[in-house]
Design a protein around this ligand. Sequence first.
Ligand code: 5GP
Ligand code: ZN
Length: 114
Amino acid sequence: MSEPSCLFCKIVAGEIPASIVAKTDRVTAFHDITPQAPTHLLIIPNQHFATMAEVAAADPKLVGEIVALADQIAKEIGLDSYRSNINTGAGAGQSVFHAHLHLLGGRAFAWPPG
Ligand code: 5GP
Ligand code: ZN
């Protein structure tokens, strides 16, 4: 189930190029086009959901698969720690309405976030 006008659905379908680092039958990880840290990956469900909350409501196991793939990649590339971030809604900074988890690493992170 994909959304014809959705940027990340097009990445999953291979219609728009992306630097993909991992892909399972349900989840895809690729480099963010505007990295905010030395490592900045996006981990997304292959199926279209507007937000991670929608993923959780429809298929809670899929949220776990997204978090687990992020952690697996972080370990594989040698990150001791990382920031994972889910923006939900435009007011929180969500700009692409296909659910995604940001995996950021390779620098120090402030808390609270900006
Ligand atoms: P959001 O602001 O929705 O939490 O995150 C969307 C992310 O998608 C942003 O960090 C942005 O840089 C990234 N992004 C937007 N367009 C593209 C694209 O065409 N390719 C890739 N790889 N990332 C994109
Ligand atoms: Zn989509």
